[in-house]
Design a protein. Structure first.
Length: 93
């Protein structure tokens, strides 16, 4: 399962389990939390790469079956969430 919601910067920029503060570009933070899952490693930081509103996405946790990503945005904006097969698609703007 998953949950997608805006969180305050202080909470969104905190690494799960360790409590370490992370640097994440953006002014608003959309947090995506997957439960009962694992990660294969992969990248832990992804640039917005020219996206209209996304500055970067950072994996902030992978601990005890919960994987968390914080998406740094230019501002708080409406978003939609849908699934496509095994993928979760978050559209911002």
């Amino acid at each position: 399962s998953y949950r997608v919601e805006y969180e305050p910067a202080a909470r969104a920029k905190t690494q799960d389990a360790s409590g370490r503060r992370l640097r994440i570009a953006g002014r608003a933070f959309l947090v995506v939390r997957f439960t009962a899952t694992t990660t294969d490693g992969g990248p832990s930081r992804i640039s917005g790469g020219g996206a209209s509103h996304v500055r970067e996405a950072v994996r902030t946790g992978a601990f005890e079956g919960v994987v968390t990503w914080a998406i740094g945005l230019d501002a708080k904006r409406p978003f939609r969430v849908r699934t496509s097969g095994s993928q979760l698609v978050v559209s911002v703007g």
